[in-house]
Design a protein around this ligand. Structure first.
Ligand code: PLP
Length: 404
């Protein structure tokens, strides 16, 4: 007999972070093929259906462009197709990704105005309305995150559109849906979003590497007025290709496309968007119920106080330094589950950085994965002697059982 301590971490490790998310075996298997023909055959034939399904995910009848990129590429694509250097954009910020997009816009030479609502507050629509109502048409686009993955705030895009219309503002509405697409309800056309951005590695359950930009006719018209658009990021040939090679402005990301095809079959055709959104909502509520109970007897606190403002794909939690990092490390080593780091709440060189973590519950995730993660956290709190309320798992199970 070995005198080594036993570990309960053997078995399949679970990366419970807010992206990249778990990839279904079906997606991985669909990619496990020899190089497909890029001149003719099934890969080319599947593109019409793939594009139609991407539009179904974003609930739009308009256009979509696919890029070989991550989400940052999507940010860049959306901006170079809608605004010219020197033009003004207004960025609504309540987390690190909103700020990151603003920085990106500055790097492209845009005149960036930021409305920062902090890291523990929803947007203040009165302030937004007041700002827009005095604008003389300088603001060409409003940039914002639907869900900011750093804080887990979900922002009300529908209301933003109402406010813009209410004051008669003509700016384009650009929404970063990188964390929310496929997880939280998103209705691009019905909500009046002009440009939506996402990427493959979160709710779309495919490896990182594809940036996605949906745009409507108003945004397409705006692009026509620009003097110059970067040839690589130009969305026109990608959305209206004359040949397969034009979709990607170069070699196609063949295996990503095969993976995405399978993921969209699962999401759009088998589960359906309404069911997928409902699944994410229930699982999110289970996470919140557990966090709420833990918080009754100790330092656990969700980043977003009001449930109506929380995204359904990720939950940001604070627990006090150094417990966040200690708990994350302990869970990885002893339970076989890795939680997301705290992001953007305090700078990484601040000791308080170790007081935050995030639970990812996006994409290919079901009740046993979420309940297992909550059970692992509950175990970690006990093993590490971190004070917490008891009964978190019962509260979460009640949500999954439809009893709360
Ligand atoms: C809301 C949001 N925006 C933008 C990004 C950046 O995406 P990427 O890391 O794929 O470039 C992320 C990544 O996590 C995100 O969550």
């Amino acid at each position: 007999m070995s005198d080594q301590e036993i570990s309960l971490a053997a078995g399949r490790h679970y990366l419970a972070i807010p992206g990249p998310s778990v990839m279904p075996d079906r997606v991985l298997n669909a990619m496990h093929v020899a190089a497909p023909n890029i001149y003719t055959g099934p890969l080319l034939d599947m593109m019409d259906g793939l594009v139609a399904d991407l539009k179904a995910v974003a609930r739009t009848k308009h256009h979509v462009a696919i890029y070989v990129s991550n989400g940052h590429g999507g940010w860049e694509a959306s901006l170079v197709n809608t605004v010219a250097p020197g033009e003004k954009v207004l960025v609504l910020v309540n987390g690190m990704f909103g700020q990151g997009w603003a920085n990106h816009a500055m790097g492209l030479g845009l005149d960036v105005e930021i409305m920062d609502f902090g890291k523990r507050a929803a947007w203040d629509f009165d302030k937004i309305s007041a700002r827009l109502s005095v604008d003389q048409g300088q603001i060409k686009a409003i940039l914002c995150a639907h869900v900011d993955t750093s804080t887990s705030y979900k922002n009300d895009l529908q209301r933003l559109r109402e406010v813009m219309d209410g004051v008669g503002h003509d700016a384009l509405l650009l929404a970063d849906c990188i964390a929310s697409m496929g997880c939280d309800r998103f209705e691009m056309d019905a909500w009046g979003v002009d440009v939506a951005i996402s990427s493959s590695q979160k709710g779309l359950m495919t490896p990182p590497g594809l940036g996605l930009v949906w745009f409507n006719d108003k945004a397409a018209e705006r692009q026509k007025s620009l003097k110059q658009v970067s040839p690589y990021w130009n969305w026109v040939p990608r959305a209206n290709p004359e040949g397969f090679y034009q979709y990607f402005n170069g070699t196609a990301p063949t295996h990503h496309l095969l993976g995405l095809r399978e993921a969209l079959t699962m999401l759009v055709h088998e589960e359906g968007m309404e069911n997928a959104w409902a699944r994410h909502e229930t699982l999110a509520r289970a996470v919140w119920a557990a966090c709420g109970v833990w918080g009754q007897g100790g330092p656990v606190e969700m980043q977003v106080p009001d449930a109506v403002d929380r995204g359904h794909a990720v939950t940001g939690v604070s627990i006090g330094a150094p417990s966040g990092t200690t708990l994350r490390d302990w869970l990885s080593e002893n339970m076989g589950v890795t939680l997301g780091i705290g992001l953007g709440i305090v700078p990484p060189n601040d000791p308080e950085w170790h007081g935050h973590f995030r639970i990812g519950h996006m994409g290919h995730v079901n009740a046993h994965m979420v309940l297992g993660t909550l059970g692992a956290i509950d175990t970690g709190l006990k093993a590490l002697g971190i004070p917490h309320g008891d009964g978190a798992l019962t509260a979460a199970s009640r949500i999954c059982a439809g009893q709360a």
